[in-house]
Design a protein around this ligand. Sequence first.
Ligand code: DQA
Length: 144
Amino acid sequence: MTTVFVLNGPNLNALGKREPGIYGTTTLADIEAGCRASGEALGIDIDFRQSNHEGDLVDWIHEAADAASAVVINAGAYTHTSVALHDAIRSIAPKPVVEVHLSNIHAREAFRHKSMIAPVTLGMICGFGPMSYTLALHALAARL
Ligand code: DQA
């Protein structure tokens, strides 16, 4: 079975309560359920994780080198700051990594316009709420 790691960074555990005007009322558990449903339809095994700690995300990306066929990552605020995540994704090349965001980061504050990880990903999907994740899984399924 093809395994895809779906990795979530800081503050995403608070989805549902956190800034619902921007992120909606869907919880991370709802997003996980949506990913699992898409995974079943696409024949992909989903390994869904969240951490508020940058190093956990680095460790999980390294783990994906052997344990996953691809990675979907919403790195939260680390998207905009983390050279460590950029380097970790680079270190597992050519493993496909798709960056996702619930919100359209380009339509928000200037500091969110820059992604440190975008140059080392296959592509980015942002602005479609929870559907950003399932679109990423469909895009990966077409390539795997
Ligand atoms: C986010 C966008 C980031 O700028 C922000 O820091 C998040 C969530 C999104 O999914 O829209 O935590 O990654």
